[in-house]
Design a protein around this ligand. Structure first.
Ligand SMILES: [Zn+2]
Length: 276
């Protein structure tokens, strides 16, 4: 019987220890220490700020900060962090992103399409949801595990020992917890769920989330914005939001009764971008 290679033992150990739970209770697979993801997020963010045109100050920055701070204030304690950073990028792209480490980017093109503070809050809350749920870690872990899995599987094909059959079973277990499944739709839906909850608790009208995605869909007719290509907008996303609207309205009413109604004034115009 051929000895199992050290790599395969390492793979099994990783598969067994790397399961965590997301804020919505979904089982997650994370191989990387979150601190490492945060360092990667921080570095990428610095590079983006250096290479792309940003807005340093002015009404659009004040507006983005007002909406973002209201959302960040209601993040549950266990996900709270002090180092959230929001940057306004001067670009006509209808886009926004979030990176591990609490780094958020909002493009002026998106700020034009989001017609009210409540609609902008829907985007920011969605992005905060991605960070809270550590989706970046899952995405990277998925890629790593697929590579590792392929390496192990090729070893299995070479020798069908008892150990290796066990290994195949364990890899099957890995697939069950989702490492080999496409993540993006799951992540989008989870970020939508967390986002709707956060924006309502912050005192933004939850129905604005649906209005935002309708606006985005309208925008798509003039050419495919980046945000839509990475954030697929479709009827099922709107249906999912609608299905949670009763609960969200309750959270919203509670926020109002507790005096949370952010007063963020939307500028009449936003800096135009380079079209990049
Ligand atoms: Zn998203």
């Amino acid at each position: 019987m051929r000895p199992v290679k050290p790599l395969t033992y390492a793979a099994v150990a990783i598969l067994l220890v790397a399961c965590t739970t997301s804020p919505t209770g979904r089982r997650q697979f994370q191989l990387m220490p979150e601190s490492q993801l945060e360092a990667m997020g921080q570095q990428t963010y610095q590079e983006m700020k250096k290479k792309q045109s940003t807005v340093a100050s002015g009404p659009s920055v004040t507006y983005a900060a007002c909406v973002s701070n209201a959302i960040i204030d209601v993040v549950p304690r266990e996900y709270r962090r002090d180092d959230w950073e929001v940057t306004v990028f001067r670009s006509d792209q209808v886009n926004a992103f979030a990176l591990p480490g609490g780094k958020i980017g909002i493009y002026t093109g998106l700020m034009k399409v989001a017609e009210t503070p409540d609609q902008l809050a829907a985007v920011v809350a969605h992005e905060v949801g991605h960070v809270m749920a550590e989706h970046g870690n899952e995405r990277v872990s998925n890629q790593l595990a697929t590579q590792l899995g392929l390496a192990v599987a090729s070893g299995v094909a070479a020798s069908q020992t008892e150990h290796n059959r066990e290994l195949v079973a364990l890899l099957g277990l890995g697939a069950q917890v989702g490492i080999l499944l496409p993540f993006s739709r799951t992540h989008e839906r989870e970020a939508d769920d967390i986002g709707l909850d956060l924006m309502s608790k912050a005192g933004f009208k939850p129905q604005a989330s649906v209005a935002l995605w309708r606006n985005m869909a309208k925008e798509k007719e003039g050419g495919p914005p980046e945000f839509l290509s990475t954030h697929p907008s479709n009827q099922s996303r709107i249906d999912n939001l609608q299905s949670q609207m009763d609960g969200a309205r309750n959270s919203y009413r509670r926020a109002l009764s507790e005096g949370r109604r952010p007063n963020c004034s939307r500028p009449d115009s936003f800096p135009s971008g380079d079209g990049e």
